[in-house]
Design a protein around this ligand. Structure first.
Ligand code: NAD
Length: 715
């Protein structure tokens, strides 16, 4: 039996229900055979009055097969083009059937799923949660190659189609109707197929209902072609605006713009060929390989719990204690209450604790103002947070997260004083950003229940949590901490204990290299611009100002006290520059009144003029590529060292952690995946070059040559 059920009713309507092997329908070989067979049969069906295309799965259709896309190889584009050609040909035949073809959209129809719908004459969706419509291919550095670009441009016009194509904008059923992506909605799933059939019956004999708009005689793309004055004007500025956004390192949006503009000018079938070539080009780029690998396959592993010990039942936290209602504590309280967890928010005074709670009030009020939440829900969430200055309120917490100042003695004192209030089997989590967990756990009577739960600022926005296992942390504790992060809807990565763990340690190399370039005499603006040019969200000096030079100074001081100064490479330059900036000029960073930059009231920033007198050397001549590689390779190398030494337990955590926690450029697929597509031999050679010119810190870690010798990729 085919995986596409084929049922003809007494009215001559054939309902095709897609029910492929596995949990979802996807555009793979099974699909292509089933669709070929179905179209063939429909073309020959006698007494056919219409076709309803439906899905037996919760998701209408999941889209392209990412395994196939990942397997597409440079030099073998012909095979790939033939495969896309087959998909396109089938959809073209479907839309050219002499009867109305109706898509009955019961769940998410994204990417290839929506391309199938676009090939139907009429699209009806159930207006229910779970229905999402759009073309998200650009997010994986691909383009909709199943006719999606061409049909969207023909349907909506170039200008209206671009946000869906170039930004991967997704909408629910009601918005899709308003935007003209679908024709009709029904209120429930039960009404979907009956309504689709009723539409067909209503249109019996109406030939126009069986013809796609772009196949009607004299059809013109809405809004005009590329030569119409308005579109022509848009197209002159669009590439420059796009470049500002992508900095020229993401090929997909550029390619989509190009294909879409051509689609508005060419005839339908020629435009389809141009679209196929566009996808074949993108599918073999390193950027697409990196993004598919990391954002799809590895993200699924991370979120699917690959790093969670298996032998423990899922655990739910019902009462969490948060110690310290400062910047981090207030955010942790908010995200926990949002997940329905009862929160005890403790600070040294009730006023300080109240102030921490008012942070949640502000965020919730904003949501009410935007109509995303009602007053009752806001009050219910706020009611879950109890501000206090009394330790005894912590009684019975199944998790306590400590977020007080970054000071070992203080943290140890607090652990000893409040651990007793934990419920039986409760977990103690420290939100320290750099202090070793094993050392902090020494203050605990139950070090096996002690773990690092490292949030990022601002907690309500940042999706990542770095969970850190100390030497004595038990697997059960890890499983519980992991489950808590999922409960509050964050993405957890799990790492082993080490100074500054994975994210802070690697991020530190970006700051360090920025400061070294400055001290060598490079112009600060150039350093920051080239940091952005590789795809980092902000330049190293700007971000240093943001996290504050003060923090660097304090961290150096703490490491000095702990006797671990320069443990991961010398930081003499960093200490000298930060020492001068703060010690001589009081420039501790943006929050402290300015750092490398001066900040105006209106949010603008200019270079602090004295910085140029102190360091700038106009004679210096470092090539752009060297500066870019120095900023990128330092972070890649540090990440590889973390993997080599077991701080990182696996590759997906390293890639996802680097993107979501450090701001690694998305095109790299994360700091480990970068090496896979850069080429390991090429990477080692480039590291050698940089090491020779700029210092031993650029030597590639041995793990790269080991992988190369074994003929393996980092996976
Ligand atoms: P903060 O200075 O904003 O807040 C610390 C809070 O702890 C203050 O409100 C203080 O009154 C309170 N506190 C001090 N002693 C206390 C006690 N005995 N009992 C209860 N509360 C007490 O600091 P923060 O930025 O929120 O950082 C807190 C922790 O989180 C630190 O360990 C820091 O390293 C870590 N962290 C910070 C960031 C960040 O970006 N700021 C990111 C990740 C982790």
């Amino acid at each position: 039996m085919s995986v596409f059920r084929y049922e003809k009713d007494s009215d001559g309507i054939v309902t095709v229900t897609m029910d492929m092997t596995g949990p979802v329908n996807a555009m793979n070989e099974e699909y292509r055979s089933a669709m070929a067979e179905t179209v063939e049969r429909l073309e020959q069906e006698e007494g056919l009055s219409g076709v309803v295309l439906a899905s037996a799965k919760k998701v209408f259709f999941a889209g392209g097969d990412l395994y196939e896309l990942l397997a597409a190889k440079k030099g073998e584009e012909d095979v790939f083009l033939a495969m896309i050609g087959r998909i396109k040909d089938q959809l073209r035949r479907l839309e050219k059937l002499p009867v109305p073809v109706v898509a009955a959209i019961n769940g998410a129809a994204l990417g290839g799923g929506f391309e199938i719908c676009l090939s139907c004459n009429y699209r009806i969706a159930a207006d229910i949660k779970g229905v999402k419509i759009g073309l998200p291919e650009v997010g994986l550095e691909l383009l909709p190659g199943g006719g999606g670009v061409v049909r969207m441009v023909n349907l909506l016009g170039l200008e209206a189609a671009l946000p869906y194509l170039m930004e991967g904008k997704q909408v629910d059923a009601a918005k899709a109707l308003k935007a003209g992506l679908i024709h009709e909605t029904v209120a429930s799933l039960d009404e979907l197929i009956p309504r689709a059939k009723a539409y067909i019956l209503e249109n019996k004999g109406n030939e126009a209902a069986a013809v796609q708009p772009w196949d009607t005689k004299g059809y013109k793309v809405p809004g005009g072609g590329p030569n119409s004055p308005k579109i022509a004007q848009m197209l002159t500025v669009a590439p420059a605006m796009l470049f500002q956004k992508t900095r020229g390192i993401l090929p997909a949006p550029e390619q989509i713009l190009d294909v879409a503009a051509q689609a508005a000018a060419l005839d339908f079938d020629t435009a389809q060929t141009v679209e196929s070539r566009g996808l074949a080009y993108l599918a073999v780029t390193p950027q697409a390989k990196n993004m598919i690998t990391t954002f799809f396959f590895q993200m699924n592993k991370v979120n699917g719990g690959a790093s969670r010990p298996k032998d423990f039942e899922p655990n739910t936290v019902s009462k969490v204690g948060v110690l310290g209602a400062g910047m981090m504590g207030q955010g942790i309280a908010y995200v926990s209450a949002m997940a329905g967890i009862q929160v005890v928010l403790k600070d040294i005074s009730i006023d300080a604790a109240q102030k921490g709670k008012s942070y949640s009030e502000k965020l919730l009020a904003k949501q009410v103002a935007k109509g995303r939440m009602d007053e009752a829900k806001k009050e219910a969430i706020l009611g879950l947070i109890k501000p206090t200055a009394d330790d005894a309120d912590l009684q019975g917490c199944d998790l306590i997260i400590e977020a007080v100042f970054e000071n070992i003695e203080l943290k140890n004192k607090i652990t000893a004083a409040t651990e007793q209030y934990l419920a039986e089997g409760g977990v103690w989590g420290s939100n320290t950003s750099s202090l070793p967990i094993s050392q902090l756990a020494e203050a605990s009577g139950k070090p096996e229940n002690f773990i690092g739960i490292h949030f990022f600022s601002p907690v309500d926005k940042m999706p990542l949590v770095e969970v850190i296992c100390g030497e004595k942390t038990s697997d059960e504790t890890l499983a519980k901490a992991f489950d808590y992060t999922k409960q509050i809807r964050k993405t957890p990565i799990v790492v082993n204990d080490s100074l500054a763990f994975f994210t802070s340690r690697t991020f530190g190399t970006y700051l360090d290299e920025g400061v070294r370039l400055l001290a060598e005499g490079e112009h600060p603006i150039r350093i920051d611009n080239l940091g952005k040019a590789i795809g980092m969200p902000v330049g190293p000096l700007t971000v240093h100002d943001e996290v504050s030079l003060e923090l660097t100074r304090k961290a150096q001081e703490t490491w000095d006290d702990m006797g671990v100064q320069d443990k991961f490479g010398e930081q003499v330059t960093m200490r000298q520059v930060v020492g001068t900036m703060i010690g001589e000029y009081g420039r501790g960073g943006r929050y402290h009144g300015g750092g490398f930059y001066e900040y105006a009231e209106d949010g603008g920033k200019t270079i602090w003029p004295k910085l140029l007198d102190l360091y700038y050397n106009s004679e210096l001549d470092i090539p752009d590529q060297d500066i870019k590689d120095r900023l990128l390779f330092r972070q890649v190398i540090e990440t590889l060292k973390c993997l080599e030494s077991g701080v990182l337990r696996n590759v997906p955590d390293g890639n996802i952690g680097s993107i979501m926690g450090i701001g690694a450029p998305v095109w790299t697929g994360g700091f480990i995946q970068f090496v896979n597509t850069y080429g390991m031999d090429k990477f080692i050679a480039r590291c050698d070059e940089l090491a020779e010119k700029y210092g031993e810190r650029f030597k590639a870690p041995a793990i790269v040559s080991e992988k190369l010798a074994a003929g393996e990729l980092f996976a």
